[in-house]
Design a protein around this ligand. Structure first.
Ligand SMILES: *Cc1c(COP(=O)(O)O)cnc(C)c1O
Length: 388
């Protein structure tokens, strides 16, 4: 894969991420939002995204929403959770906590199943939580919890949800497009993702893919005009236009990103490239002594969290700067208990780039005088105890 371009570092972050040159180039013209050409582009992205969930036997629709991913999450929750609903929020990191916070702002009743930083919510735990509280109507799950990089077991969560007669909404922000989420194999009623994650577009909008019956029932439910998914959907259906100014350049870039996604071989091929990236990264980092926060079983192909080395000369800020000087932007940790950092595997990266990342890590450690990258014994022992 070509280097981004002269002097531009690779973004080893889960969006914004390193995009293809042709994606950047697609933004070099202006579009009228009311014009037929742009309406056609909006229709094309909705159709192509819908094709990824394979809704041949079921009627789903795709509604794009301006803003960062969180705007689309809030639009989904505020519009698709009836005001008298009660949600079970499955949390194991910052994005699960954010979902709970949104529901708090919206005044929707919810219960939190909090698994901390290391562990996935399992099907039997979801079943038990739903059995213990029959007033729960919906389950909200995070597909890949980007704060730790854990890939949550969405199939068993789905089975437990529908066995209890509840409805599943999925934040698949950082997984959609690389981890299969066909509605033929996993049952759910809505998912949300955004332009700047695994489809490898630039930031500017998110999208909700939902069962049409759910969208129809959501009329008048939203607390917010600008985040009203039903209203946005109706306007798109009747005029082909977004309500309010759309991110025209982002949409143009996204069309090109979708073209490249298909050219690569779609969801499976993209997932395979990210998986190879992760394996190259994790193998190389372990050879340097680093250890992952998660056991292999729960590692996603999206982003990997590593313990900071216990060595007294290790300093994350210095490490970050040294990595940047070598052309790589890494990501600080987002955990509550242990010191960690993250390296993303998504974007225009392949295993050649990942090998260079490992070399840059080794050189940056040498700069700092860190000759051993072993994690703190206590933190690692805690992982072994907790995540078995
Ligand atoms: C990126 C992401 C979001 C949205 O974050 P924004 O910063 O608002 O784009 C939501 N959930 C998950 C799991 C994410 O990875």
């Amino acid at each position: 894969m070509p280097t981004p371009h002269a002097g531009e570092p690779y973004l080893l972050t889960p969006g914004p991420l390193t995009t293809a040159w042709s994606v950047k180039q697609a933004m070099l013209r202006d579009w009228g939002s009311w014009d037929d050409d742009f309406r056609g582009m909006t229709g094309e992205i909705r159709e192509r995204l819908l094709a990824m969930v394979d809704d041949a036997d079921e009627k789903f629709d795709c509604v794009p929403m301006q803003g960062s991913g969180t705007f689309a999450v809030e639009a989904m929750l505020g519009s698709l959770l009836p005001r008298d609903s009660k949600a079970l929020v499955l949390s194991n990191g910052a994005y699960g906590q954010r979902t709970a916070k949104i529901l708090h702002y919206l005044g929707r009743a919810y219960k939190l199943l909090d698994k901390g930083d290391y562990l996935p919510p399992r099907g039997d735990e979801v079943a038990a939580a739903l059995a213990a509280d029959p007033s729960i109507t919906h389950v909200v799950a995070i597909h890949c919890e980007t704060s730790s990089g854990i890939l949550n077991p969405i199939e068993e969560i789905s089975r437990a949800t529908y066995a209890a007669g509840c409805t599943l909404l999925i934040d698949s922000m950082s997984a959609f497009g690389a981890v299969p989420l066909s509605c033929q194999s996993v049952r759910y009623d809505a998912l949300v993702s955004s332009a700047n994650k695994c489809i490898e577009g630039v930031p500017g909008f998110g999208f909700v893919i939902a069962r049409q019956s759910l969208l129809e029932a959501s009329r008048g439910c939203s607390h917010s005009l600008s985040l009203d998914l039903h209203d946005q959907w109706m306007t798109l259906q009747s005029t082909g236009q977004w309500r309010f100014t759309p991110p025209t350049h982002t949409v143009a870039a996204f069309i090109e990103a979708l073209r490249l996604h298909q050219l690569e071989g779609g969801v499976h091929a993209r997932g395979a490239r990210y998986t190879a990236n992760r394996d190259t990264l994790v193998d190389g980092m372990r050879q340097l002594g680093f250890e992952t926060l998660l056991r292999d079983r729960w590692l996603s192909p999206i982003i990997v969290t590593f313990f900071n080395p216990a060595h007294p000369a290790f300093d994350f800020q210095v490490f970050y700067t040294r990595m940047k000087q070598r052309g790589f932007i890494i990501y600080p940790g987002k955990l509550t208990v242990v010191d960690s950092f993250r390296i993303g595997c998504i974007g225009q990266l392949d295993t050649h780039v990942m090998r260079r990342v490992v070399t840059a890590v080794a050189e940056s450690l040498a700069d700092m005088g860190v000759d051993c990258a072993d994690p703190p014994g206590a933190a690692f022992a805690e992982r072994e105890k907790l995540s078995s």
